[in-house]
Design a protein around this ligand. Structure first.
Ligand code: GLN
Length: 379
């Protein structure tokens, strides 16, 4: 069969998770917690299932959940989007991104991506017939070079995709850089997708700068968010897209024929949980910062070096004091010799630079982090 995506293999997350399973390794590769979702959330789900909420939810998401989303965005970012015209509940952030890209990008249009780019972005662009334009973020700091962005803009630029806090490199885009992006895009018709699924996992007193609170960027923007991350329930696959009405209308044209609507009782359970525990999100930063700090403390006597993650639930560890191997080879060695699965960064680049870091997920119980760190200290 003539492939539309000939260069796309199985995602590195699936590959590493399968290998971890085969070898019985500790899986710090794919990002998901090894602790459970809140008991109350699970109880609420059981209640809604028992009460018969088992038929289609509305295409745009249940009203109770959209109401909680609007309240949350208002509290966090000072903008209360319109429930009916600006919020769409999606099958995880991945569907939000896919539906947004496919509905907004016309064949032949260019989409600016920053490499390492999360691995669903380019396939979505190519599926839409668009052309990914990859701007590299250079190690060790992985900062955006805005002059390169300026130089990459053409009359065909349709979309810029940003990700803050960034997966896989854990950096955050400060507010003043959103202002630079707004200034660069001012003379263009380009739109922005801002993947903010780690919005509450931001550390050391920093504040998340959301597209939702940026008056100028929001006018041309889509914010993408995830309950999988905030509810410790990545398997529920519930996320949402927030965008002005004219953009939301387009996203829904694809969403309704892609997933149509999202699991009804899951949405009701999340809505009830947020109503009952409104302080839940506010606790996530401290919860994850403690995990990051614990993990790094346990690695104090290892041969790795690091800059503490600014955001996300991942930590990059630099292995240049251990070997000159490539990141892909070293990830394989860490898996086989230490029994710890991680994620190399070079698969997220079209032209990878020389990289000597691996990504480790610290959304794990202390006992898991302790065992993993003990093994990593032996390398
Ligand atoms: N977002 C997760 C990660 O970065 C992976 C999700 C997936 O496997 N699709 O690890």
């Amino acid at each position: 069969i003539r492939s539309k995506l000939p260069h796309i293999g199985t995602t590195i997350f699936t590959v590493m998770t399968n290998r971890a399973r085969e070898l019985g390794a500790i899986n710090l590769a794919q990002g998901f917690p090894d602790y459970d979702a809140p008991t109350r959330l699970k109880d609420l789900l059981a209640l809604h299932v028992a009460a018969g909420q088992n038929q289609y939810a509305p295409m745009i998401g249940v009203a109770e959940l959209r109401e909680q989303i609007a309240l949350k965005l208002g509290a966090s970012y000072g903008r209360v989007p319109n429930l009916d015209s600006e919020i769409t509940v999606t099958l995880g952030a991945t569907e939000a991104i896919f539906s947004a890209v496919v509905s907004l990008v016309h064949p032949g249009e260019e989409v600016i991506l920053f490499d390492p780019s999360y691995d669903s972005y380019a396939p979505a662009v190519i599926s839409a017939g668009g052309r990914p334009i990859h701007i590299p973020l250079d190690p060790p700091k992985f900062q955006i070079d805005w002059d390169r962005v300026r130089a990459a803009i053409t009359p065909r630029t349709r979309l810029v995709m940003i990700n803050t806090p960034h997966n896989p490199v854990t950096t955050v885009i400060p507010r003043k850089e959103l202002d630079i992006l707004a200034e660069i895009l001012r003379p263009t018709d380009a739109l922005v997708i801002s993947d903010e699924v780690y919005e509450h996992m931001i550390y050391d007193g920093a504040r998340h700068a959301s597209i939702v609170e940026h008056p100028e960027l929001y006018e041309r923007g889509v914010g993408v968010f995830s309950f999988g991350k905030t509810m410790h329930a990545t398997g529920w696959r519930v996320g949402y897209a927030v965008a002005p009405p004219d953009i939301t209308r387009e996203i829904r044209r694809v969403h309704q024929f892609n997933t149509f609507s999202i699991a009804h009782p899951l949405q009701l359970a999340i809505a009830d949980f947020l109503k009952e525990v409104p302080e839940h999100n506010a606790g996530l930063g401290a919860f994850y910062q403690a995990k990051r700090d614990r993990f790094l403390e346990l690695l104090r006597n290892s041969s790795f070096s690091w800059t503490p993650a600014a955001g996300s639930y991942f930590q990059l560890l630099d292995f240049s004091a251990i070997t000159r191997q490539s990141d892909v080879d070293f990830a394989d060695r860490v898996l086989r010799e230490a029994g710890v699965a991680s994620i190399p960064i070079s698969p997220f680049y079209v032209s990878p630079p020389k990289l000597s870091v691996l990504r480790f997920c610290f959304a794990k119980n202390d006992s898991t982090l302790e065992e993993a760190a003990e093994r990593l200290c032996k390398l």
